[in-house]
Design a protein around this ligand. Sequence first.
Ligand code: CP
Ligand code: NVA
Length: 300
Amino acid sequence: MAVRHFLTLADLTAAELHTLIRRAIELKTMLRAGERYEPLKNKVLALIFEKSSTRTRVSFESAVIQFGGGSIFLSPQDTQLGRGEPVEDTARVLSRMVDAIVVRTFAHEKLERFAGHSQVPVINALTDTYHPCQLLADIQTYVEQRGDIKGKTVAWVGDGNNMCHSYIEAARLFEFNLRIASPPGYDPARALLKAGAKNSKLVRDPREAVKDADLVVTDVWASMGQEQEQDTRARDFADYQVNAKLMALAKPDALFMHCLPAHRGEEVSAEVIDGPHSVVWDEAENRLHAQKALLEFLLT
Ligand code: CP
Ligand code: NVA
């Protein structure tokens, strides 16, 4: 059987994704009950991270330890990747030694080349184009708090970035309606928007996106690798802050999510991220549970 990778949400069917979310909730309950469950005993997870990470790294490493296995963290500076060894060769070698490989990198195409030469599952821990693992946690969090997300309205306010792209895919697969408000010049990829047109639309105006929404989501204005654009972006995104005034347009029980790290006073005000609508800490914790469900799905 061909090896399954998780490079985007679309690598799983809608039915598989729904099962995975249910399983994540179950695994969370089991962990809280102190139940020992070690389906990955003696399995090894390698993590190659070419960008910084707190949540993704710690959640994957904790996940595999709790599951009875072990992990090896590889930064490019310490491996031959950083000295120019081709990703194809690295993938061939690592996949003969470990059971799954988690990769955070820049170009999505590089991750695809890596996966194309790996005999073991490769998981996208974020690329410039997608962040599918975060979506597993976001959907789990919504389901826990409010039930099924199908038919609900989600507002994306901000950059048409990797997170926005994964939201477009999630809208199609989980059948919710996504309204995207991004400033001109920062739209999500046109092809993705076209493919997801049934569930996602670009509305531009944050107020229109957020009106009566069930969930409001934002992300940093400058992603990793765009640090030098910070000042320009701060000007271009000035009207795109999720603050109490904007949040007041959403449904009274609307949730607020942010993948973190957040910049209070930029894309979100402190009163919103630290306020009653915000579920960002549960969202962050659920990275652990959702990725445990993913590892179990791919490896057992
Ligand atoms: N949300 C997220 O992926 O966080 P890290 O960059 O800390 O992994
Ligand atoms: N869009 C952000 C997400 C960080 C988790 C970035 O790529 O830096």
